[in-house]
Design a protein around this ligand. Structure first.
Ligand code: TXA
Ligand code: MG
Length: 327
């Protein structure tokens, strides 16, 4: 295969997980569905394959990758130990949208963790990908399958838009059920700490283990990937909190993504994240909504309503904070 990817290659889009497994074993990069967002996967033990991910995504090497597998026993085989404080969370939420930061064993290349002392691991909850992972005796490193700085892909067509002709296969598992990335959790001074808000709400974690710390990128940057503007779409984003702000922000050439509020009647391009005020539905729709007017040059501004800071609303708002003007 042309490792430089300078010439277009045919991209198969199908649910053939046996083919996906074969390609991954050969050292290729394959887009895979997860319940959160699509990932761009490669054999985590194969440095060249991992380098290929960074190259395809145009991702800086200081931004570490998450490992995915289907069973905790495999993590143990690879020398990845989960301390009891985090094991409780794994027991409850895996397979699911939870990533744990744990001590990195030697067998994981430094490239995967950007030289950091911990490695991020998760067992995703997608039937097709669990079947695929069950066929592999290595973990796959898989960042979200978008070029660096773009919003994450929650449907196979989003991945196709970015990577058609550049990867051999997109394993098509339909639209992602959760729709936003996993919640990243680790231990800091013995305390369970959330580093990225995601598909498991803070409330769900706290219901299980009590109060936790939250350390997002605006505080000390423990997690180098959390850069401001990481989630930016191409249009300008204006975030509003009230109906008055919504009315004022809505100019002729705008599109609107809303939850509780409604735009003025003259605005035609509107994506309501949920008709029933459901946070899960809003999260599932969020990235698709952000891409709705990707090819519509007339849309200069996307006016987005901030959600209540509750449940998955918190994680969506965090992405909005990054999509807006750097602050
Ligand atoms: O839901 C998800 O987590 C998706 C799907 C594909 O699993 N993946 C994902 O990966 O969102 P990515 O690469 O877009 O975000 C990974 C982030 C990094 O930017 C960094 O913030 C954090 O995870 N991370 C990964 N490894 C880390 C490490 N060793 N130490 C600290 N943070 C780490
Ligand atoms: Mg990402």
């Amino acid at each position: 295969m042309d490792k430089t990817m300078e010439h277009p290659i045919p991209t198969v889009v199908s649910d053939d997980y046996l083919l996906a497994a074969r390609l991954l074993k050969l050292g290729s990069q394959v887009a895979i569905p997860t319940e959160t967002v699509y990932g761009l996967a490669a054999n985590a033990f194969d440095e060249d394959a991992v380098k290929g991910i960074f190259k395809l995504k145009n991702r800086p090497f200081y931004d570490p990758l998450i490992l995915h597998t289907d069973r905790i026993e495999k993590l143990e085989e690879w020398g990845i130990a989960i301390l009891p404080e985090l094991q409780v969370l794994a027991d409850k939420f895996w397979p699911g949208p939870l990533t744990l930061l744990v001590d990195k064993p030697k067998v994981i290349p430094k490239l995967v963790t950007a030289g950091l002392p911990r490695v991020a691991v998760r067992i995703p909850n997608h039937p097709l990908t669990l079947k695929l992972l069950s066929l592999l005796d290595f973990p796959v490193a898989a960042p979200s399958a978008n070029p660096f700085g773009f919003v994450s892909p929650s449907r196979s067509e989003h991945v196709h838009h970015h990577f058609a002709g550049r990867i051999p296969m997109i394993l098509d598992g339909g639209p992602c059920e959760v729709g936003i990335e996993s919640t990243i959790v680790g231990l800091e001074n013995g305390k369970v700490t959330i580093y990225r808000l995601g598909g498991i709400a803070k409330e769900e974690i706290e219901a299980l283990i009590g109060a936790v710390d939250v350390k997002l990128s605006s505080s000390k940057p423990q997690v180098p990937g959390q850069l401001v503007r990481h989630y930016s779409p191409s249009a300008k984003v204006v975030v509003v909190d009230t109906q008055r702000e919504m009315n004022e922000a809505c100019k002729e050439d705008c599109a609107v993504i809303c939850f509780d509020l409604d735009p003025p009647e003259n605005i035609q391009k509107v994506f309501k994240l949920s008709r029933t005020g459901d946070y899960k539905e809003a999260a599932k729709n969020f990235y698709h909504a952000m891409r709705s007017w990707e090819n519509d040059k007339s849309v200069e501004t996307i006016v987005i309503e901030r959600l209540p800071d509750l449940d998955l609303g918190r994680a969506i708002n965090d992405r909005l904070r990054r999509a807006g003007p750097a602050s």
